[in-house]
Design a protein around this ligand. Structure first.
Ligand code: PLP
Length: 398
């Protein structure tokens, strides 16, 4: 390729349709808390296969509200993977809880259920309160197995499905979509531009549990409710009239310490418009993954993916290479910006303060020393992907 265009690892795709949808909302009566939020929530729940969906400001806010809704506090110990975006762990800390990392499976890069089982078996029952598994890279984790384990120990599950809208795992003959609520109490998504569906900033929580759903709605808006049936104060207090028996129109109650984690209507309009193209994007991601896989299959210098995986949403296409730093720098010199997902969270300076250190998570640390995410997004052209492949092949021929 002759020009100097940068090929990043991930990128949003904004169409004229998306722009029109946003502009239309900007000229409507609502910039926030309007009809687009509910429309986006309904459409997203339908797409994912959950009963309820709650739109929030971003994926991190989604995680925070989930942890709050499940009652994470200073006494809680919650298990998660070190190979994820830091927010998957941070939500526990926001509520004062303790994050306990457990190692990954070296072939899928997902939280290793056997390692989690060993941890649970080694501690008295009641030591841990929950698990936050991640559909890392877009690969659906087997939540059915995690549910069985969680039930044995009385734990809840928050599925971090940020990488995997539209992904699924096979449960017998049934496709279980990531975030559909069949096995996890709550699931969360992000609409950051590098994710499958972009709304600028944005996030979603999905659940099949009505109690949790109602709690989340309240926590999203300062802990305030306007539902008469839920009011705790008396109508006479609310109206300041001694014998009043009904609540006045202005009345609302703040019952919990909530936040302003709302999404705006124009962001919801963008998300909704993007959602309509989600399956097209998924199919393109899959085609890109197949091409990468076929190109590297049998090459000794690249390991990693053992095949194109059924139900994988391919947020990332990850390879492992012996000379990862050299390859990364060579690609960069050709304006191909690969990325590393992720620096293990337990080795971040913040988490080292809690005693985590090198050697604690051997599979995650070995993975981190070798991994590289290659360009993966629906608008990556065949020419661009061929260019990426040529540069990689060239590098290992040197
Ligand atoms: C992006 C992401 C988040 C956080 O989402 P934001 O919308 O950026 O706050 C959390 N977990 C994972 C796995 C992510 O990829």
């Amino acid at each position: 390729m002759s020009d100097n265009r940068i090929i990043p690892y991930g990128k949003q795709h904004i169409t004229q349709e998306d722009i029109d949808a946003v502009v239309q909302t900007l000229t409507s009566d609502y910039l926030t808390q309007g009809p687009k939020i509910a429309e986006f929530e309904r459409a997203f729940a339908t797409y994912i296969g959950s009963t309820f969906a709650v739109a929030v400001a971003n994926g991190t806010a989604a995680l925070h509200l989930c942890a709050l809704a499940l009652g994470v506090n200073e006494q809680s110990k919650v298990i998660t993977t070190p190979i994820t975006f830091a927010a998957s762990a941070n939500c526990v800390r926001y509520c004062g809880g303790e994050v306990v990392f457990s190692d990954i499976d070296p072939t899928t890069y997902l939280l290793d259920i056997h390692a989690v089982r060993r941890m649970l078996e080694a501690a008295p029952k009641g030591t841990y309160q929950g698990i936050i598994p991640v559909d890392f890279s877009g690969r659906a984790i087997d939540l059915k197995a995690f549910r069985t384990l969680a039930d044995e120990y009385g734990l809840w599950i928050i599925e971090d499905a940020c990488h995997a809208p539209g992904g699924f795992f096979m449960d017998g003959a049934v496709q279980q979509r990531c975030g559909n609520g069949s096995y996890a109490e709550l699931a969360i998504f992000s609409f950051h531009p590098v994710k499958h569906i972009a709304s600028g900033e944005g996030g979603m929580i999905t659940t099949n549990d009505e109690q949790l759903y109602k709690k989340l709605l309240m926590l999203r808006t300062h802990g305030i409710t306007r539902e008469t049936g839920l009011f705790q104060n008396s109508p006479s207090f609310a109206s300041s009239e001694k014998n009043e028996t009904t609540f006045p129109g202005w009345y609302m109650e703040m019952q919990e310490l909530g936040f302003n984690y709302r999404l705006t209507d124009f962001q919801a309009a963008l998300g909704l418009s993007q959602l309509r193209r989600a399956d097209i994007g998924l199919a393109r991601r899959r085609a890109i993954a197949e091409k990468y896989f076929n190109a590297f299959n049998g090459k000794s210098y690249i390991t990693g993916e053992s095949g194109v995986v059924e139900g994988h949403a391919y947020h990332l296409y990850i390879i492992e290479a012996d000379d990862r730093l050299g390859l990364y720098q060579h690609l960069r010199s050709k304006n191909i910006f690969g990325q590393i997902h992720y620096i293990p969270t337990h080795l971040m300076p913040y988490y080292r303060r809690f005693g985590w250190k090198e050697g604690d998570m051997p599979n995650a640390e070995r993975y981190y020393s070798r991994c590289l995410s290659l360009p993966m997004y629906p608008t990556l052209t065949d020419t661009e992907q061929d260019f990426v492949l040529d540069i990689i092949t060239q590098y290992f021929k040197k």
